[in-house]
Ligand binder design. Structure first.
Ligand SMILES: C[S@@+](CC[C@H](N)C(=O)[O-])C[C@H]1O[C@@H](n2cnc3c(N)ncnc32)[C@H](O)[C@@H]1O
Length: 274
């Protein structure tokens, strides 16, 4: 409960900052340090995508990847975005699946939902809907979604197994899990890991790549792959780490190449009904 309340407060504040025109949402624990979130959230979207959505949706972007570019969405499909924030990936997905398809966003933070709905109206997107709820308890029926996307949210959940089971439940047989998230590769000392997670903005903790694979398999998924999309460098986190009492030079080797933005794919077994 406590994690959820902290997450809600933090992202509610980020949404109000954007809605109030004060600036970008910035990311996670780095929000108070000017510019520190850039290596994570900056330049994720191509100009061909950003010109399709309202400016405020882009300003509210808090992801660490671009799942709509990497997931192969087809016209007529139903897409669900777990932790949809200001709605950027929902609005882009809605365009990709077209008027015969539908894009749902799910978020538990009221101010984010309000911002997403405002962006939907500004963008004139009819085939999208933002739902209030938790990614651990998805308010959609079994076998109702073709593609589950998410952008830097599953790492925030205190019960990732439950999130993956829920994603599996709502996917149709043959449905795809296509998620951007922060992942840790290899061993990192707990204190260093905690500081890096604070910097990236992951309160409950990023999964190791092997854990992610195991948890997806335990939920029933197959065809699992984890592809690095961005590697976070010690240089980017130097000021933050020194404010945390850590010497970036000392721990550079322990961090190098280990914290990554990744694109995670998996499939629910079975054949899609025609
Ligand atoms: C890092 S932001 C990412 C937002 C969006 N995906 C993007 O790329 O801009 C995390 C979002 O997930 C939502 N969130 C975090 N944990 C959640 C949970 N357990 N259930 C529902 N929403 C959650 C937060 O309210 C916030 O809007």
């Amino acid at each position: 409960m406590e994690i959820k309340e902290i997450v809600k407060e933090k992202y509610g504040e980020a949404a109000r900052r954007v809605a109030g025109g004060v600036g970008n949402a910035c990311c996670g624990g780095a929000a108070s340090l000017e510019g520190m979130c850039d290596p994570i959230t900056a330049n994720l979207y191509e100009a061909s995508q950003t010109e399709l959505i309202p400016e405020m949706a882009l300003k509210a972007s808090l992801g660490c990847g671009n799942p709509t570019a990497l997931a192969s969405l087809q016209p007529g499909e139903t897409v669900l975005d777990l932790g949809s924030g200001g709605g950027i990936d929902v609005l882009l997905s809605a365009r990709r699946v077209g008027p015969t398809g539908k894009a749902y966003g799910l978020d538990m933070t009221d101010d984010m939902l309000a911002l997403a709905r405002q962006n939907q109206r500004a963008g004139g997107v009819a085939n999208a809907e933002f739902l209030r709820g938790e990614i651990e308890h998805i308010p959609l029926p079994d076998n109702s979604v073709d593609v589950v996307i998410s952008n830097c949210v599953i790492n925030l959940s205190g019960d990732k197994d439950q999130v993956l089971r829920e994603a599996f439940r709502v996917l149709k047989p043959g449905g795809r899990f296509a998620v951007s998230d922060v992942v840790v590769r290899g061993e990192v000392p707990a204190a260093v890991r905690h500081s890096m997670e604070l910097w990236i903005g992951c309160l409950a903790g990023a999964l190791a790549d092997s854990e992610y694979t195991q948890k997806l398999a335990a939920a029933g998924f197959e065809g699992i792959s984890i592809e690095p999309t961005r590697v976070y460098e010690v240089e980017d986190a130097r000021t933050f780490l020194s404010n945390q009492g850590l010497d970036a030079d000392d721990i550079a080797q322990q961090i190098a190449g280990k914290f990554i933005g990744a694109f995670i794919r998996a499939t629910r077994p079975g054949h899609a009904a025609i």
